[in-house]
Design a protein. Sequence first.
Length: 598
Amino acid sequence: MAISDAAPLTVYTLTPKLAVLLKQRLGALLQYLVTTNSKTIYYKEATLLADFREALAKIAGPPEVVESIDSQVLLETFSSTLPLSGYDDYRPFISRFMEPPRYNSKVSNLFAPGLPAFVVTSSGTSGGAAKYLPKYRHPLSKLSSTIDGMKAVTPTVKHGGTHCIIFNLRYSELLDVLDDGAKEATVFKKIPLCLGSSAAFRSHYQWSAENDEALMATKVPNNTSPLAVCFIHSYRTSLLMHALFALEDESLELINTLFATIFLDFVRLIEEYWEPLLQAINDGRVPDFEGAESVKHHLQSQLKPNPRRATKLRAIGNDSSSPGWVKRLWPRLERVLGNASGMFGRVVPQIKHHLGPQVPIESVGLTSSEGWIAKVYDPKRDIYKMASDDIFEYLELDRPETKDSLSQSWEVEVGKHYELIMTTRDGLWRYRLGDVVEIAGFDPVDGQPLIRYSERRNVSMRASGEFVTEKELQDAIQAQDNVLGSVVEFTTVLDDRFVPRAYGFLVELQGPPGHDASTVPERLHNYLLGANDTYAEFFSRNVLSIPTVRILERGAFRSYREWKTQSSPSGSGQIKVPTVIYNVDIRDWLLERVVDEV
């Protein structure tokens, strides 16, 4: 969703009129949210909300009359009494969904009215336990930003061509909710446990799990892939099947892979499996790729022999080292969508090489498992506009991590960094999202903050008593690009092969190491000395060694995503490579793929 030529310019000082608009919007949203969710089990029982409940009771009496409270009074009460929260505050209640038997009386109206439409699971990126988050259906009138976000992910065809949208529809299981009013155990409702992206697509298109067999036999109009591809568990095979149907279609206009790293994997797999893919297009026969057995008959019914297209592709060749190769495969390709902020920005240079100068790579917005955050405002400057149906507040990084340090949208300052705090219609209250953003300005139409994504808060590297942030590690490796070589992706582990320990950078390169790559460990060390005082202090105490740099085999991080997908019953879609890895199993898995050290 690129900014149009007529889009408003950024403003850097919020006018009083715009501040009033922001206050009115927040007041109305808070009134609706509290009125709706004050009838839930969590609201009535959670210790987290005790002071808030008590304060509201003194003002308005029973929850039934919360809507009578003046919005300004409600906001003041909310601000002064409700503390910050984390996932552990919700875990005991969420466990009611995860531990059978699930009786309707125990899980209905738990966080929001009724039963959730889905329970979504996070990807457990850094090797920690996954989080589970109930997601409820809401009135369409309260979903304007979410609907706009899904329209950006699934844009309409502009010039009569097609789209390749890579997403996942799998669920790991159906959670049975039992009717405890029946004489015998009767299933009242089945709730899919799935990834957040799967829930978003199912909600947008109103695809129920009960109709999955029929879905597998269909195609969304103007999309290249049959929906059966979205049910393949294997990450590699899912991408290969998307690639097969996309390559067969010369009229492709847009590719959406959700994350930029997935697009790079997509391109590399096309190059690696070039001959089997072209043979399949020529013959109209779906290859026997592992993991597609259960849906192959659905795929086969959608693929017809196309020797003309296969011949044309053979004439183009599979030389991905040639700039603009992807544009030659699909002459009508106009853009590629995929989140390219933060950790994903590393792969953008390689993607631009494959696309050439005519085809941009654009983010579609900022999202999380907890909810929609922001939409693209100015892709050239990597600026997003806060646009959510939920409530966001801002915790300034250099202030105490308490409710008293929160700023509202009309109080944030341009250039400062804040952690996003989220209160949602799905029953999260002042939830610490962990994402850090920089305020870039304000939208002159409605005053909403404009942001740049910065990093994950409290994701840091430490070998002793120092703390080096995720962004400092990313900036350190980026500063070595011209010396080390073209870094596709990287992560950092503790290198304890000697004493004292060192920061161990594991990198995947696009090509060979640079001529002066042997100087990179010293360069990384000098960069961190200048960027982080705690690193410099503890190195001076002789408790840190100079960083090490080990090179992984080509495709190592793609294989990592495949490995993590196989261990996740929900399938692919949200596997990210963390900047810092402490998990021993993940570290050892990557170390097995080291091919060189500089």
